[in-house]
Design a protein around this ligand. Sequence first.
Ligand SMILES: C[S@@+](CC[C@H](N)C(=O)[O-])C[C@H]1O[C@@H](n2cnc3c(N)ncnc32)[C@H](O)[C@@H]1O
Length: 256
Amino acid sequence: MGDYEQFVGSIKRKTGIDLGLYKEAQMKRRLTSLYEKKGYPSFSSFFDALNSNQTMMNEFLDRMTINVSEFYRNGKRWEVLEKKILPRLLKENKRLKVWSAACSTGEEPYTLSMILSAYMPLASVSVQATDLDVDVIQKAKLGLYPERSLAELPEPMKRKYFQQEGAFYKISDDIKRTVTFKKQNLLSDRFESSFDLIVCRNVMIYFTEEAKDELYRKFNAALRPGGVLFVGSTEQIFNPERYGFQVEDTFFYKKV
Ligand SMILES: C[S@@+](CC[C@H](N)C(=O)[O-])C[C@H]1O[C@@H](n2cnc3c(N)ncnc32)[C@H](O)[C@@H]1O
């Protein structure tokens, strides 16, 4: 077994995270540059160091997960959600069960809440949000963002839901209250069911074809019939019918 394969096995035993389900070339490149920067000669010596140093282990987990996010990322897609998908979902169900899967630092689930608030009082809005990385969940709960995270957000939303604090923008407590954060690994944990909408964007690009295949099936099972999976703008599903979906709009898949 090669150095990298052994490392993957050790990390899985230690953390439960299976790096073998992430695209190998990309992951290997990212982690090689990390251990070289730290001055280790190989994956095995790097694992020994991680095994005995929790701070380094956390840094490693941060590096492998890539947490970049933004409010209203790829705005045109959020407009489709607001103007086309949500009206249809709301016709079928007054209260929507909504999940932001791989939510990173909270920009995505908070964007969802802001958009939903156009259709109902905030007190009725509820969004579940999950991520593998507990550090990003902590940041999400804090709700403090640099200006660049808000660059794509329409000005009225920015004015309504944020307060400037020095170089940062703080999200309003009303929006914060609508989102429940939880740690979850999409590749190994169980999902809830009967969702009207699942938003999972900019994480599946890192997964192998086999991992994606399994995940599409799990998402399909987690949706109610007519429910929608909203994916990232480089994450089109080829053959959605195979997984029980039909295309409702670009990057929106409806459970048949
Ligand atoms: C690039 S961010 C995407 C954030 C947001 N969805 C967006 O599109 O702006 C990817 C997120 O996926 C999370 N992630 C990576 N692997 C995961 C897994 N197996 N289960 C759950 N979350 C995962 C990372 O921790 C990171 O926060």
